[in-house]
Design a protein around this ligand. Structure first.
Ligand SMILES: C[S@@+](CC[C@H](N)C(=O)[O-])C[C@H]1O[C@@H](n2cnc3c(N)ncnc32)[C@H](O)[C@@H]1O
Length: 219
């Protein structure tokens, strides 16, 4: 079985969400943030509670194809690993080479791809895959321009099957900011169904998730 032992799933009374996250993971996250603050776009890795919320849409079937975009230090990756069938296919994209290397070290069952999420289709084709059942996404959407958001959502909707699900998160305190509002509008333009969930308070900062179905594929 794949192991992602660096991350735990318990909380302290004070609400620290990364109780068992190794100092190594936190150090790697901080280094990545210093290297590329805009691309990392968070002050801390997600909590395992948020990870479970995101992973809840992952199918348990053996033939499922699951993709994670922006895997970071692997908190959400580990929650997907707990849920999915070991026979399913799981590709995790992480652009930062150091973080990708750490993900590879931690996880044996995941195909870690140290590349830009924009090249998702190419990597699927290289593996003989055409469609994906579920995309779980940790990309920092609010830091992307309208054009970047549109380009990435185009890549995502083109590879999702008609029954496919896309899920991602947004920080609750920033939902009213222009790029967050733009992202919400971009989701509505690309999916027939966009369900925002209630906030996960046990995350720093608290975050909502979007669950998006029925991709509206554009030419
Ligand atoms: C907000 S962090 C989320 C990390 C992790 N999923 C979590 O929730 O803790 C965003 C991650 O996306 C990665 N990233 C940003 N842009 C990317 C891109 N275009 N392709 C692949 N990874 C990207 C960053 O390097 C960073 O690790």
């Amino acid at each position: 079985m794949p192991s992602m032992a660096a991350h735990g799933d318990k909380w302290t009374a004070g609400g620290c969400h990364t109780v068992f996250m190794s100092g190594r993971s936190l150090l790697l996250f901080a280094q990545a943030l210093l290297r590329a603050p805009r691309e990392v776009g968070a002050i801390a890795p997600s909590s395992s509670v948020l990870g479970d919320r995101l992973a809840a849409v992952v199918p348990r079937s053996d033939d499922a194809v699951i993709v994670e975009l922006g895997a970071g230090t692997g908190v959400v990756t580990a929650r997907i690993e707990r849920r999915r069938s070991p026979q399913s296919t799981f590709l995790a994209f992480e652009r930062d080479p150091q973080l990708a290397m750490e993900l590879k070290r931690q996880s044996s069952g995941v195909q870690v791809i140290a590349d830009d999420a924009r090249r998702l289709r190419l990597h699927l084709e290289q593996r003989g895959l055409t469609t994906v059942d579920t995309i779980v996404c940790g990309l920092p959407w609010a830091n992307f321009s309208d054009q970047e958001q549109s380009e990435l959502l185009g890549v995502i909707t083109r590879v999702l099957g008609a029954e496919g699900v896309f899920t991602t998160f947004a920080y609750a305190h920033a939902l009213a900011l222009p790029q967050a509002r733009q992202f919400r509008a971009a989701l509505a333009a690309r999916f027939d169904e966009v369900l925002p969930t209630r906030a996960v308070l046990r995350n720093f900062p608290p975050a909502i998730t979007y669950v998006c179905r029925t991709p509206l594929v554009r030419p």
